[in-house]
Design a protein around this ligand. Structure first.
Ligand SMILES: Nc1ncnc2c1ncn2[C@@H]1O[C@H](COP(=O)(O)OP(=O)(O)OP(=O)(O)O)[C@@H](O)[C@H]1O
Length: 306
């Protein structure tokens, strides 16, 4: 394959493509009937309540666990299929795993030894820019610095896809902001695709251009953020909703009644929903309504609305 056709292949091959993917652990269903097609070049936010199946989907993506049903292709191949495929995907597990007894510089040396496409210039440049002391033991770094080191090691692998499982969970708001800004910058610089899970919808809005909402082990919503925001509205008066409105979730019990409505056409009197509204609406809908949970409509935008 020529360099040009390889580039074209990468641009047109979905980063993740699943068909009725499922995973069971004994009697526990972690993921059911998951059908997704995530285009290349996206920064994907994966959200869902505890136990929704986020880590399971990320584990399947990296080939750390095998499906119980259906299929999954990552960058056009079976996840974890040999050393070449493993090198294309960089994974940072929850809690920014680093070796506490090794120094920052040791992490880079180890990375160079283990990864055929290791980019030492990139790694050293990031360490310098972040102000990390190469001689410092990783165990002595702050939570934010450890997260940055883990991200540096994953990025310097020069993987095509980075999979980050709750990378900002243990960080304070300042460290979180710095981490996400930095992520956005180097994603633009390296042209890498990213999938990151988080409980913090507000944070994802800053960095993601594609959203997947998981709840009750199923995909409730998936699509490009710009399409989702353009087709969802927030009504402050749920009782006055137009007849036939496609209500995702309405709550008029509290002091701030709200309804989130899906519509391809503009809705007079309503403002566009933000990503936080959307995530919460689809998650709540799935958790309180078994019917909605099973409905395929809840999972994807109709083709015409994309
Ligand atoms: N190794 C395992 N053995 C048995 N059950 C498991 C295992 N891993 C996950 N599960 C179960 O599968 C379901 C999905 O778990 P998963 O960790 O994927 O959810 P999650 O969305 O990542 O949750 P959290 O936000 O709490 O990290 C849960 O019910 C969990 O208890």
């Amino acid at each position: 394959m020529t360099a040009r056709s390889l580039q074209l292949f990468r641009m047109t091959t979905p980063i993740i493509e699943t068909e009725r993917l499922g995973k069971r652990y004994g009697r526990t269903t972690a993921l059911t009937d998951c059908t997704l097609r995530i285009p290349a070049g996206r920064v994907v936010g994966l959200v869902g309540p505890n136990g929704a199946g986020k880590s399971t989907l990320l584990g399947l993506t990296c080939g750390l666990i095998a499906p119980s049903a259906g299929s999954i292709a990552v960058l056009g191949n079976r996840p974890g299929a040999g050393a070449a495929q493993l090198a294309r995907v960089g994974f940072v597990a929850q809690d920014a795993p680093v070796y506490s007894g090794l120094s920052v510089a040791d992490h880079l040396r180890l990375g160079a030894r283990l990864n055929p496409r290791w980019d030492m210039r990139l790694a050293q440049g990031r360490v310098e820019r972040l102000g990390l002391d190469p001689a410092q033991k990783a165990g002595r770094l702050s939570g934010g610095q450890r997260a940055q080191l883990a991200l540096t090691v994953a990025a310097a692998k020069r993987a095509e896809l980075l999979v980050l499982d709750e990378p900002v969970a243990s960080l304070d708001p300042l460290a979180r902001t710095a981490f996400l800004r930095d992520l956005r910058e180097f994603v633009a610089e390296l042209g890498v695709s990213v999938v990151l899970s988080s409980h913090l919808l507000g944070d994802l809005e800053r960095v993601c251009d594609h959203l997947v909402v998981l709840a009750a082990s199923r995909v409730q919503l998936a699509g490009d953020v710009s399409d989702l925001l353009a087709t969802h509205y927030r009504f402050a008066a749920p009782r006055d909703l137009p007849p036939g409105a496609d209500v995702i979730h309405a709550d008029d019990s509290g002091r701030e009644p709200v309804a989130i409505v899906r519509s391809a056409a503009p809705l007079p009197g309503a403002e566009h929903a933000d990503l936080e509204d959307l995530g919460l609406a689809y998650m709540t809908r799935a958790l309180i309504s078994p019917e909605a949970r099973r409905s395929p409509e809840g999972r994807h935008l109709p083709e015409a609305e994309r």
